[in-house]
Design a binder for this molecule. Structure first.
Ligand code: FAD
Length: 457
């Protein structure tokens, strides 16, 4: 392997990621602030600035509505965006955008109330005043419901699929009422540029929804896969092995090790029933793809009952960790629990490619019995330049590390040329939260760390 060549490719890849991210962030800021800039220029040119609380309130309202509509864009999973950011970052951005939008709209109401206490009357949506004024509090109520039910979804034990349908419908309702209010008030939105801006944003959000719900679904349906094997493993994990079953011009999805895909089984691709999983198979044959799925809830409990011959729709691959560009000298892979799934994909792909780069795998499990792919990892250690460090919560065997994947454990086995290794981390949230600061403390550059979070909903 020519490490000098791959080192420059790695540098170029990271630089390219940075440029793409800066581009998307700048574009977002410009779009979000556009109506405020137009309104400010307009007021200054025409000398039409009003009382400070009133202007602050109006500006907060405009920005809040923009953020709420813009929050629809990242969820379309468009490849140009997902090639710059990991999916969890894209979804976190979606959440942050909506939460900030919500608080800005609350602030809008408070500032307008400070300016004129009569505004308080409008909170009663049953009182006698025009619909466009009632639409404001209704949009705010919808936004509040979205934030509340998203934040407390797990505590309220809401079924994920039903929550997702409700979330989408209430979000659309919120935007519609927000627009009715803004256009009805017709103060800043009376300006042709600002009016056109909100129409444009709404069309963009509608395209995002259509893209996600219609275009992606149609595209996935043109890429059907058939189940070849259903292998029930230890620790409530089942491995699904699929093969592309498309005909004629249909082509399988393009992916590489370390990426994820969304799958739909036993439902129409137009249903909301799609779930993300890491690709656990070797990527050498793009007609084949596999997943290692742990039973956790309604959908994952059905995986072991799937039968060879059933059709699966796959959309992907997503993810910016690319083992063919990164890892000059090798990789440090850190997995916990089912986080071993993408690691298996990376190691299996490296074995198929006879890749001799050095790999150190830290793998946290409860005890020896719950280690996934134990025998296969031993086999892979013989084929690859791979060291596996099993870290077990419960063990008396001195050949394993006991406890958790902490700074001390990582430091004991870490390869020498720290900055020549890329680190891929995948595991439960608490594990990743321990590992990230530990890596920082032992001096691993931030740009060498590639975490994958399994919680983006
Ligand atoms: C990027 C990523 C990669 C993943 N890779 C794997 C993997 O390789 N193997 C594995 O076993 N698990 C993986 N998961 C977790 C897996 O997606 C969930 O366990 C599964 O979707 C749970 O569905 P359920 O109906 O069985 O459980 P539910 O009880 O419905 O859900 C349990 C929790 O899983 C999450 N979840 C459920 N459905 C979705 C969805 N459609 N999108 C996002 N989150 C959802 C929610 O937080 C929910 O509260 C991954 C998750 C993410 C985000």
């Amino acid at each position: 392997m020519n490490t000098a060549a791959s080192r420059s490719a790695r540098r170029a890849y990271i630089a390219q990621l940075r440029v793409k991210r800066i581009f998307w962030i700048c574009l977002f800021v410009v779009i979000a602030l556009f109506p405020l800039v137009v309104a400010a220029i307009n007021n200054t040119t025409n000398g039409t600035w009003r009382a400070v609380p009133r202007e602050i309130g109006s500006f907060a309202g405009m920005l809040g509505l923009s953020l709420m509509i813009l929050s629809f864009i990242p969820i379309m999973r468009e490849k140009k965006i997902t090639s710059a950011f990991n999916l969890d970052v894209v979804y976190k951005f979606h959440h942050s955008c909506s939460i900030l939008g919500f608080w800005l709209v609350v602030f809008h109401l408070v500032a307008l109330w400070i300016n004129n206490q009569e505004i308080g009357r409008l909170v009663n949506i049953f009182a006698d005043y025009p619909l466009y004024m009632k639409a404001g509090p209704i949009a705010l109520l919808a936004a509040g419901c979205l934030v509340y039910f998203s934040y407390f979804r797990k505590e309220l034990k809401l079924n994920y699929d039903y929550w997702k349908i409700g979330h989408s419908l209430v979000a659309i309702l919120m935007v519609v009422f927000g627009l009715i209010h803004t256009f009805g008030v017709n103060y800043y939105s009376g300006n042709a540029l600002i009016h056109g801006y909100y129409v444009f944003l709404t069309v963009l959000a509608a395209i995002a929804i259509l893209w996600l719900r219609v275009f992606s679904s149609l595209s996935a349906m043109c890429k059907p896969y058939v189940i070849k094997e259903v292998l029930v493993r230890n620790n409530a994990t089942t491995e699904l092995r699929l093969e592309f079953a498309g005909k004629g011009n249909q082509k399988p999805i393009r992916y590489h090790a370390g990426q994820i895909a969304w799958i739909t089984v036993r439902h129409s691709r137009f249903s909301f029933k799609e779930h993300p999983f890491s690709i656990a198979s070797s990527d050498i044959d793009q007609n084949k793809i596999g997943f290692a799925i742990r039973e956790l809830g309604d959908f994952t409990a059905t995986i072991k009952d799937l039968k060879p011959g059933e059709i699966v729709y796959v959309e992907g691959g997503f993810g910016i960790f690319n083992p063919y560009i990164l890892g000059d000298e090798g990789f440090v892979l850190i997995a916990g629990g089912i986080g071993i799934a993408p690691v298996m994909g990376i190691l299996r792909s490296m074995a198929d490619r006879k890749d001799r780069r050095h790999v150190v795998l830290y793998y946290g499990s409860r005890d020896k019995e719950s280690i996934g792919f134990y025998d296969e990892l031993n086999e892979l250690s013989k084929k690859l330049n791979l060291e596996v460090v099993h870290v077990l919560e419960k063990t008396d065997d001195p050949s394993f590390e006991k406890g958790y994947v902490t700074k001390d454990v990582i430091e004991r086995h870490y390869p020498k040329n720290k900055d020549r290794y890329d680190v891929f981390i995948c595991g439960p949230g608490p594990m990743v939260q321990i590992v990230l600061p530990a890596l920082k403390k032992i001096g691993i550059p931030k740009e060498n760390i590639w975490p994958e979070f399994y919680d983006m909903a």
